[in-house]
Design a protein around this ligand. Sequence first.
Ligand code: SF4
Ligand code: MG
Length: 319
Amino acid sequence: KHLSKRFTLQAGLFSKNAPSVKAVDDVSFHIMQGETLSLVGESGCGKSTTGRLIARLLEPSAGSLHFEGADISAVAGNDLRRLRRDVQMVFQDPYSSLNPRQTVGAILEAPFEIQGVEPPGGKRKAVLDLMERVGLKPEHVSRFPREFSGGQRQRIGIARALALRPKLIICDEPVSALDVSVQAQIVNLLQDLQRDFGLSYLFIAHDLSVVRHISHRVAVMYLGRIVEIGSAATVYARPAHPYTAALLSSVPIPDPDRRSSGTRTVLKGEIPSPINPPTGCHFHTRCPRAQDRCRSEAPALHKQGENHQVACHFPLGAN
Ligand code: SF4
Ligand code: MG
């Protein structure tokens, strides 16, 4: 609720006015049990920072976090360790997140050791069960991360996240570094695991096409703010924010629903620096619908329809 994260930049070491970046700016959302909420936007929009705040790998500058009704914003020590069983993370680059000097067996035993959990049947059996669950072979247990392909390494990362039977997994671009042919396999695996274990996902991606088949709801971020959030069916078929429409225009998949809306926006230019974001609506420097009001007044999220909110003064499809 109302999460913000400000980073102070190094350049200000000897000056009173260290420049800072508001990486996450008053972001609120919820995720239901068994649900996938996708968080989408270009790099630098604050989506990974949001994920790390929720995983309690970073401290928020403002706002609060709640899990199953409990305020987890300030949990520490044993309570934080306990929370790590319920909330896990899968990272973009499975190679740098896996210790190259550990075998798969050791990597997958670590969560049990860190948490002091002895699984029924012992750790070795639990590890082999996990490996089978993510599509690895028993003989892989004594191999090292470098002996695997990118897709297999991500399976190891997923198995590690799954070890303690978490309830929420934050997937930070888990397929962005993989070949397109492998991406679908990993997304399918995550979907199977969600169905079997009732998992909730926060699925972070820079591309709406990747999350199309896994999302129940979608939130689009731009320069630290959520600009649109709603059910996947609605956001894909009737995007209301010009930025979402632009992201969808660059998706190379024919979509009869979208064609019928008659909207096509081409996104120009680079995302502006978050150190000095544009006034008013942050998107006005790239928005084909921008008017004077957009430069002075930041639009708040407001209801656009059932289960659909948009932060835009002149949303699409609202005549
Ligand atoms: Fe574009 Fe204005 Fe809407 Fe921002 S508020 S997205 S600039 S139309
Ligand atoms: Mg990122």
